[in-house]
Design a protein around this ligand. Sequence first.
Ligand code: LMR
Length: 328
Amino acid sequence: LFKKSLTALTVCAAVAGATVAQAAPVELKFAHVVAENTPKGQMALKFRDLVAERLAGKVEVKVFPNSQLFGDNKVLEAMLLGDVQMAAPSLSKFQKYTESLQIFDLPFLFKDMAAVERFQNGPTGQAMLSSMKNKGLIGLGFLHNGMKQLSANDPLRTPADASGKKFRIQTSDVLQAQFEAVNAVPLKKPFSEVFTLLQTKAIDGQENTWSNIYSKKFFEVQPYITESNHGVLDYLIVTSTEFWMGLDDDVRAELKKALDEAIAYGNNIAAEKGDSDRQAIIDSGRSEVLALSDAERQQWVEAMKPVWAQFASQIGQENIDAAVAANK
Ligand code: LMR
C-alpha cells in the first residue's frame, strides 16, 4: 500500500511539474486593417516570427490583418477592454486619446520621410510615445508607411479641381479641415469601406499612400492619382499599459527588442514600396499618375497651410516648430 501511494505521489508530482512547464503562453493578438503585402502587414508577421523564435512557449503572437478582428475605429477601445493586445493604427486615428499626434496630419508639414524620421526620433516625437499614458495606452514605437497622394475620378491639378468633391478621410479633424480648406467635402469612413465607396462612386476620391492604394486596389477604381506628397501616413505601435506592465520584465524586454527589429524591417519595406507600388500602379495602366508643376503644388500649399494656425493651440506651436526644424 505504501509503495502504491508513493507511486501515486510521484505521478502527481510529475503531472504538477508538467503543468507548470506547459503553462499556456501569453496570447498577444495584433490587429490591423491593411493587407499583408504592406509595410505594416509585413512588420506584424516579422514580429510574430521573431517572437516565435525567441519566446517559444512564453508568448504567442497572432496577427489579424484586413480589419478581420477590429477596424481602426474600434481597436483602441477593444485594447482597453483586453480583447486585443497590440495594434498599429495610423497616427490620424488617436484624436480621442491625445491631441499631440494630430501634428502628423498637418498638410505640407514634412518635406519627406527622412524629415518625419528625424522628428519622430527627436525629443518631441519620443515624448509623444507616452502621450496617452493617462488613458491606459503606451506607444512602443513609430512605423513608417509614407507620403499620401490624392486619388480621384477626375484629374486634380489645382485646389479648384477638388472643390465640391467628396473625399474619404480617416477619423481626424485636421484632415477634415485640410479638405474643407479647398472647399471639398470630407467624409470620415473606416479603411475597410474605402474600396466600395470608390467603386460605387459614393465618393469622388481619397488620400492615401502608394502601398495602400496598390494593395487595396483603389487604383483600379480611381482613374487619376495626383502625386501630391501633401502629408504623411505613419503608425504608432500601441499596447495597453495593463497588458504591457503585467508581463515579466525579461519577457517585456525581449518583446520590445523583437518589436524594434520588426519596425526596422517594416521601415525598409515602406521605403521600397513607396517606389515599387507606385511603379506597379503606373505599369497597370489603370490609373494615370499626375505630376504637379511647382506652381500647381504651390497653390495646394497656399490653400491648405492655414490649417496649421487652426490647430496650433491644440497641437502646440512649439511642437510644430520642432517639426519644421526637422526639415533641415
Ligand atoms: C487609412 O485608414 O487610410 C489608413 O490609416 C490605413 C492604414 O492603416 O494604413
